[in-house]
Design a protein around this ligand. Structure first.
Ligand code: ADP
Ligand code: MG
Length: 642
């Protein structure tokens, strides 16, 4: 039969800068099932190094190690973790219990990584602790127990997964002689039950309890004495432990365990977690607020753009807005307007004249703006008729007609009386009101056919502008060019200029897009800062818990288990932060809604989901690096880190 443990020419060297320390040199050793072996030697002789290799916590740099016939050096991290889970139970000089957990929870830890269900775990841990005389200490924390009790808890933990081979490195080193005896008696009892026991000690008095003493000096075996034949019975207790569950069940159990560890850790450092959380909250709120404000602003801008009217071009006399003679320029005529109507790309044209003067209804008077337009104006300028009709017969009716804005209507008719059909006197000339439009800021406005202005009011031919609506199928910019060419040819000179709402629309849209991008990046930077906070705290958490990580790995945690534990922790912080952030953003939104602001804050589902997705991504990304760092710690180094 294969020996349980077989080392051949095994070596382990450490490189320290340029120097190499050979801690173990050509070790050859066979250990059979059921033996009780003591590795003895002076301090620094290599006992712990050998023990760590035996326990698959560390790998040799030379030679081979066969465990139950299987070559261990070929295995990767997870393979070694599995061997640790299946075969070994560790007892350390300094116990390595997790201070935040009760005795029973400490004992349960190895079984978590074997995928054993919580109830089975608890029942077994309770039984083991009771057998070891700690039935009344199940829910005590390590700090509340004596050294001897703690070491017994750690022995119970070593037995949790069966503990076929128990590796004890100076198990009595931190105990007084009486408690040391208790622990040694326990190990002897376990040996009698069939466990293979390997202890490391520098104390011959302790070593004498073993059946076989292997002495190590300066990394080499110098003697190997057997004091008693090992005739222990085969181990009974192993069978019920290795619960054969499917990968998925095991994974789900381990994940839920990782989550509960993560939440406990968050809860254990409330202030710290809360401060980190605050960073995420600030990030989330700023993303939502900033996107909300951006969208609110965009709505306003879009409304304004729409009020400009679609596909319209306005033509003004003069050379540009900066033309000082513009107000007196009379280069645009009604004939121009008529000629433009003939162009194929033109849908409709409205000459516009403007005057101001007294409006009178019955005995009341008011100052108003008098616009001379044609029916096309109401389309071009986007001022739909809200009541009544447009000018009858395109403005050629015999009776002079007027359309008033709602400002005029309020001024003269109040809200209840309908103005349609009433006679309004404009600069002394009576007009019958046929329709009404919405108002724009400013004076009361009345609209009359443009030739009425000429024939009845001012006698001036001068047009203030010509508004042209382009056919829907034609590109506004192309039409604008054609129109300029046409008028230039007609006038023989460029004594007019145009204004194209499409350009403005595009410019505004581009500007709002740039603006929202800018806002979103500000929010993203805030979130990023929050994310860096999370990463920072995760790194602190990992540094503080390096020992815990080492212990978890020693009892069989896979790299993925450790990774998951810390990823969930960082995700927990970011997810809690985003929930709080969303709540706060809604609160602020309600507050902003209750006070008058120029830009409304629109909290859209879109903004909320963007923020939350970003937060989760940040939790995953910024948690990933620390979690990976934790998962790649070497068990031995992590365990020995102070
Ligand atoms: P023991 O447990 O017998 O006291 P160790 O196995 O801890 O001895 O150490 C054996 C030798 O290996 C010592 O000289 C020690 O300095 C060296 N050694 C152990 N671990 C490391 C390490 N991680 N890096 C460098 N040298 C080490
Ligand atoms: Mg040692």
């Amino acid at each position: 039969m294969n020996p349980l443990i077989e080392l051949r020419d095994l070596g382990r060297s450490f490189s320290l800068g340029r120097e190499t320390v050979e801690a173990l040199k050509r070790i050859n050793l066979k250990i059979q099932r059921g033996e009780f072996v003591a590795l003895v030697g002076a301090s620094g002789s290599g006992k712990s190094t050998l023990m760590n290799i035996l326990g698959c916590l560390d790998a040799p740099t030379a030679g081979t190690y066969r465990l139950a016939g299987q070559d261990v050096s070929a295995l990767g991290q997870d393979g070694l973790a599995e061997l640790r889970r299946r075969h070994f139970g560790f007892v350390f000089q300094r116990y390595h219990l997790l201070n935040s957990l009760s005795a029973i929870s400490n004992v349960e830890v190895p079984a978590i990584y074997s995928g054993v269900s919580k109830s089975t775990r608890q029942a077994r841990a309770r039984r083991l602790l009771t057998q070891l005389g700690l039935g009344d200490r199940l829910h005590h924390r390590p700090m509340e127990m004596s050294g001897g009790q703690q070491q017994r808890v750690s022995i119970a933990r070593a037995l949790m997964n069966g503990g076929e081979i128990i590796l004890a490195d100076e198990p009595t080193g931190a105990l007084d002689s009486m408690n040391g005896e208790v622990v040694l008696d326990l190990l002897k009892t376990l040996h009698a039950e069939g466990h293979t026991i390997i202890i490391v000690t520098h104390d011959m008095g302790v070593a004498r309890h073993a059946d076989r003493i292997v002495e190590i000096n300066d990394g080499q075996i110098v003697s190997d004495r057997r004091s008693a034949a090992s005739g222990a019975p085969p181990l009974r207790d192993l069978v019920d432990v290795a619960e054969n569950v499917g990968f998925l069940t095991s994974f789900l159990r381990r994940t839920s365990e990782a989550a509960s560890i993560a939440f406990r850790s968050v809860a254990a450092h409330r202030l710290r977690s809360a401060l980190t959380l605050l960073g995420i909250v600030a990030g989330i709120v700023s993303v939502i607020a900033v996107v909300g404000l951006g969208e609110g602003g965009q709505t306003i801008v879009l409304d304004q753009i729409n009020s400009l009217g679609a596909n319209s071009i306005r033509i003004f006399p003069g050379t540009g807005w900066d033309d000082r003679n513009r107000r007196h320029a009379d280069s645009l005529t009604r004939d121009d307007a008529a000629a433009l109507t003939e162009q194929s790309y033109v849908n409709s044209v409205s000459p516009v004249t403007m005057d101001s003067g007294q409006l009178m209804f019955e005995s009341r008077t008011a100052d108003g703006e008098i616009m001379g337009v044609s029916n096309a104006y109401f389309d071009v300028a986007h001022r739909p008729i809200t009541q009544g009709n447009r000018f009858t017969d395109g403005g050629n009716a015999t009776l002079p007609e007027a359309i008033i804005d709602s400002n005029t209507r309020r001024t003269f008719f109040g809200n209840s009386r309908t103005p349609i059909g009433e006679i309004l006197v404009i600069k002394g000339v009576p007009f019958v009101i046929v329709g009404a439009v919405g108002e724009q800021d400013g004076q009361p406005q009345v609209f009359i056919p443009h030739f009425s202005v000429f024939s009845r009011i001012s006698g001036s031919q001068r047009l203030r502008e010509i508004d042209v609506r382009i056919n829907g199928s034609v590109d506004t910019n192309v039409a604008e060019k054609a129109m300029i060419a046409f008028l230039e040819k007609r006038h023989g000179t460029r004594d007019f200029f145009t204004y194209n709402s499409d350009q403005l629309r595009r410019l505004l849209q581009k500007t709002t897009r740039t603006f929202s991008m800018l806002l979103v990046s500000i929010g993203a930077v805030a979130l990023l800062v929050g994310g860096i906070g999370v990463m920072n705290i995760m790194l602190v958490s990992i540094t503080e818990r390096t020992n815990e990580i080492g212990l978890r790995m020693a009892v069989g945690a896979r790299a993925s288990d450790i990774m998951l534990q810390f990823l969930i922790e960082s995700l927990a912080i970011t997810i809690m932060g985003s929930c709080a952030g969303v709540a706060l953003a809604f609160g602020l939104g309600a507050l902003a809604g209750s006070i008058e602001t120029t830009i409304p804050m629109v909290i859209s589902l879109h903004a909320v989901s963007v923020a939350c997705i970003m937060a989760v991504m940040i939790g995953a990304i910024f948690g990933f690096f620390p979690a990976k760092k934790a998962a790649h710690l070497k068990p031995v180094e992590a365990l020995s880190r102070d």
